[in-house]
Ligand binder design. Structure first.
Ligand code: ADP
Ligand code: ASP
Ligand code: MG
Length: 413
């Protein structure tokens, strides 16, 4: 394509919340065009449109079918691409908007959390060649059997990275309402520090444990295809955070950040027989319904009976509870309980591998704040604790402080 570089830019919901902001985004895109780049834009629905559509659905049906939810939610992004394209025309630029299905973002059929299988770029390349800015609706695709699908909350990030991978784009810029990835959610911890660079590996753990700024799937895509992501503000020109491979990370901090997540709930099945096959049966049944289980603990057995607790996304809670109750009946277990008032706080950092004592310091920070730990899970570069939801803010601040993250301390506390 005549030598020009392709860049993919994604603008989130807050960045296109009203017409003034849409015009502002159009001006930014125009600046990139003026620099000579070919620009593919991915945008989210305006402001809190997706939340409003979900509420609307629930005012009609307690359990709307997932296929219809996708039909409904995909409309949000269709509105914003058309408006942004009009704004580009007003500025005198050629632009054309597309839905996910139109450009060929092919997904599997798991409605409301579909996975991208293939991205066809022919149509986009044709339009770029004509000099147009291509504006693609984020968060949506089309399944092999021609159904409209959506990619899960925050899915526009994944649309953008998948397009960047398929187009071999130089960079995927994620424009949002903060100016980068911070050591903790800056809305919760005002003294949090912007990280200049984060490795894919660290960002994966941060996204998986609640740092909403990038959808987990988008980081997986970026790592698998080597897409460089630049997370930055749509309201300022400042450099943001680069998400890169390990070899490109210069300074090695032990800890990258503290995250929190209040989107999960805990399900417990108690007094189940402690024998082989019980856990396998339960988790197979959950997996068969496409439910992702996050943390799991099994208690010490007493009188050949035990309790198993696990966490799932609140969105999947109803289904998970139903399955677990059926299993409890089959196993003649004591019962099932559900707890929606939990939070997960996590500490992420590649340096944990080689620095013993990080977990101990994290637990100490929680203890000093009088916060009880209910579940713990670890990976080589992450420690997560489940606590009461009302303690989340206090916990994140206490851990952030314990490790001196506001000062960019490289050694552990
Ligand atoms: P968008 O609508 O642009 O996709 P999101 O709301 O999905 O934006 O993600 C941006 C938000 O992520 C920020 O407003 C911030 O509150 C939150 N966030 C959580 N953790 C972090 C973090 N570690 N660094 C930056 N932002 C974070
Ligand atoms: N509009 C969708 C959501 O709110 C997708 C996105 O914004 O990335 O989750
Ligand atoms: Mg988002």
């Amino acid at each position: 394509m005549k030598g020009a570089r392709i860049i993919v830019q994604k603008y989130g919901g807050t960045s296109v919340a009203d017409t003034e902001r849409i015009k502002n985004v159009a001006r930014r895109i125009a600046e990139s065009r003026e620099r000579g780049d070919h620009v593919v834009v991915v945008i989210s629905a305006l402001g809190d449109t997706t939340d409003r559509l979900i509420k609307l659905a629930h005012s009609i049906s307690e359990r709307p079918r997932e296929r219809e939810m996708d039909m409904l939610l995909a409309t949000g992004e269709q509105v914003s691409v058309a408006l942004l394209s009009m704004a580009m025309h007003e500025l005198g630029y050629e632009a054309i908007s597309f839905t996910g299905a139109q450009v060929g973002i092919v997904t599997d059929s798991s409605h409301t959390k579909a996975k991208i299988l293939d991205v066809k770029v022919g149509r986009i390349l044709e339009e770029l060649d004509k000099g147009s800015v291509v504006i693609v609706a984020g968060f949506q695709g089309v399944s092999l059997d021609d159904q409209i699908t959506t990619l899960g909350r925050g899915g526009s990030d994944t649309t953008a990275v998948a397009l960047a991978a398929a187009l071999g784009a130089g960079v995927c810029e994620i424009y949002t309402d903060v100016d980068g990835v911070y050591t903790a959610d800056p809305r919760l911890v005002p003294e949090a520090r912007k990280l200049p660079r984060v490795t894919y590996e660290e960002m994966l753990e941060m996204a998986a444990t609640g740092a909403r700024v990038l959808q987990l799937r988008s980081v997986e895509f970026a790592r698998n295809y080597g897409v460089v992501i630049h997370v930055r503000s749509s309201f300022s020109g400042e450099e943001g955070t680069w998400i890169v491979g390990d070899e490109e990370r210069m300074e090695k901090a032990i800890i990258s950040g503290v995250t929190h997540d209040v989107s999960e709930a805990k399900v417990t099945i108690f007094d189940v027989p402690d024998r082989p096959g019980v856990a396998a049966g339960l988790f197979q049944a959950l997996a068969a319904e496409n439910i992702n289980v996050d943390m799991i603990i099994q208690n010490v057995s007493e009188d050949q009976k035990t309790a198993i607790s696990f966490t799932v996304s609140k969105e999947d809670l109803r289904k998970a509870e139903e399955i677990t109750r059926k299993m409890a009946e089959k196993l003649q277990a004591g019962g099932v309980s559900v707890d929606q008032s939990i939070a997960k706080v996590s500490l992420v950092g590649a340096g944990m591998r080689t620095h013993p004592g990080v977990a101990a310091d994290m637990f100490a920070a929680l203890a000093e704040s009088g916060i009880n730990i209910e579940m713990i899970s670890t990976s080589t570069i992450k420690i997560s604790c489940v606590i009461r939801a009302e303690d989340a803010k206090k916990a994140v601040r206490a851990i952030h402080k314990k490790f001196g993250l506001e000062r960019g301390v490289v050694m552990r506390a």
